[in-house]
Design a binder for this molecule. Structure first.
Ligand code: ZN
Length: 470
């Protein structure tokens, strides 16, 4: 499987499909807006993290060396408020839901991020950037906080394609100390009874947008390749990041490729905590496998909105099962020196080309999945006709099939994994029955074959105990 050049990405910055070229050789720096950890993640969040997990896995398949960061917003009003309701410390609450988030990611086989970066670990960079923006005249200090003056940054609005004069009057974060209704906070002064830090501008907490630039400028420098997130973050969050970073460093563009994932809706309305129309990742995974949930997410193009329903998860589960069964049947074929399978291997390699072409076309995961299903069908047809395959053909087919599954983040359990003891018990029971019927040769055969597998049986009277020796 050769690496394929020619990856194209739809770039929100230019509103165009563009050939992807990293800034530095084959190194790719990617950052995706992570969760605010005050509650459990829902399927809408999962859509973003599963998609970018597949993006990073595909970039690595293409031979890029990817440094992928997801931030953890552990400083936020929502966290402070909920912690107050519960009577716990905000950081304690944040750590609890951060753990839950990381568990959910592990359950979803989201394994691509190199670093989960906590906002609270970047106060030093946040202070440096705020100081820099004040000294350069982009930010101003008030008794209630430090604000970014959007009229000082001529490019404000270029990412979201909104007119500067509209943005100036577009009211966010109401505060009568602000120069313009559209200015956003870099630092917010809070009462000392609340969780916060001392700063040159008073006790308080950082604004939300500055945490992302604090993290990325520390790890990636003033410019990097891919910034991802949900589509609703383009304004004001990502617009504000561009303004902060470009004003602070003077390097443009701050981010080369902006990639945005469409909404996950329920009956056409955005799935969200505040609306209460959400299904947590945990709930979904208590009913469906991670493979099913990933297929549900990836069977839609990332830029399109997806409407959640349990029926769609049902059909995704059927698709997942088809892939899983094909994998099991492939693995159960007997590998022989000489034999059939060349045709299947050749068709697998054609499937891989189609898969790669789809992934290179702006991460077209629904088409990529259809190639995976095609190979699953071919494997099932093959195993209906054959019990053996040439070892060489087997290796070729397996490499393609598992390669595609790996990019999609689908995992395969070895048959019986986790239930080994149940299988041993079954064989021991059958053997006891054979002994009772005095079928000694078969009983001995079971004992010998199990011994070869490292399972030793110990008979005492009619009872049989066993130990696994590995
Ligand atoms: Zn963010």
């Amino acid at each position: 499987m050769a690496a394929f050049a020619g990856l194209k990405i739809y770039n929100t910055r230019t509103r165009k499909l563009e050939v992807f070229r990293p800034l530095t050789g084959n190194r790719v720096f990617m950052f995706v807006c992570g969760p605010t950890v005050y509650d459990y993640s829902h399927v809408g969040h999962a859509r973003v993290f599963v998609f970018f997990d597949t993006v990073a896995k595909w970039l690595r398949k293409l031979g890029y060396s990817v440094f992928y960061i997801v931030n953890i917003t552990d400083v936020d009003d929502k966290i402070v408020n909920r912690a107050a309701d519960e009577g716990t410390h905000p950081l304690e609450l944040a750590r609890r839901f951060e753990s839950a988030f990381l568990e959910d990611m592990a359950s979803l086989n989201v394994t691509a991020p190199n670093l989960y970066a906590r906002a609270s670990d970047y106060l030093k960079e946040i202070f440096e950037q705020i100081k820099g923006l004040i000294s350069k005249g982009y930010a101003y200090v008030t008794p209630t906080g430090v604000y970014f003056d959007i009229t000082k940054f001529g490019d404000y609005g270029k990412l979201s394609r909104r007119k500067p004069e509209e943005l100036r009057v577009h009211r966010i974060e109401p505060d009568s100390n602000k120069r313009n209704p559209g200015d956003f906070a870099l630092w917010r002064v809070r009462p000392r009874t609340e969780f916060g830090w001392e700063s040159p501008w008073g006790y308080g907490r950082p604004g939300w947008h500055i945490e992302d630039t604090a993290i990325t400028i520390r790890h990636f420098g003033p410019q990097y390749d891919i910034h991802g997130g949900a589509v609703e973050l383009i304004f004001p969050h990502h617009e504000a990041e561009v303004a902060q970073a470009e004003a602070y460093t003077g390097v443009k563009p701050f981010v080369n490729y902006w990639v945005h994932v469409g909404l996950l809706t329920v009956d056409g309305v955005k799935m969200s905590k505040s609306l209460g129309n959400y299904v947590t990742v945990r709930d979904a995974l208590s009913r469906y496998s991670a493979n099913a949930l990933r297929i549900f997410i990836l069977q839609n193009h990332y830029r399109k909105p997806v409407d959640f329903s349990w029926e769609l998860l049902d059909s995704a589960a059927k698709a997942a099962s088809k892939v899983e069964v094909a994998h099991q049947r492939l693995m159960q074929l007997e590998r022989v020196d000489e034999g059939v399978g060349d045709e299947l291997a050749a068709s697998a390699e054609r499937v891989w080309e189609g898969f790669a072409e789809a992934m290179n076309n702006d991460f077209n995961t629904p088409v990529a999945l259809s190639h995976l299903y095609d190979l699953a069908s071919s494997i099932n047809d093959f195993t209906n006709k054959h019990l053996k395959i040439s070892a060489k053909a087997f290796d070729r087919v397996r490499k393609v099939f598992e390669g595609m599954a790996e990019v999609m983040g689908l995992t395969f359990q070895a048959p019986g994994a986790g239930d080994v003891e149940e299988f041993i018990k079954l064989l021991v029971d059958v053997r006891s029955e054979l002994r009772a019927r005095k079928v000694w040769d078969l009983a001995d055969m079971i004992r010998e074959r199990l011994k070869e597998l490292g399972v030793e049986l110990q008979d005492s009277g009619k009872e049989t105990r066993w130990v696994i020796r590995r």
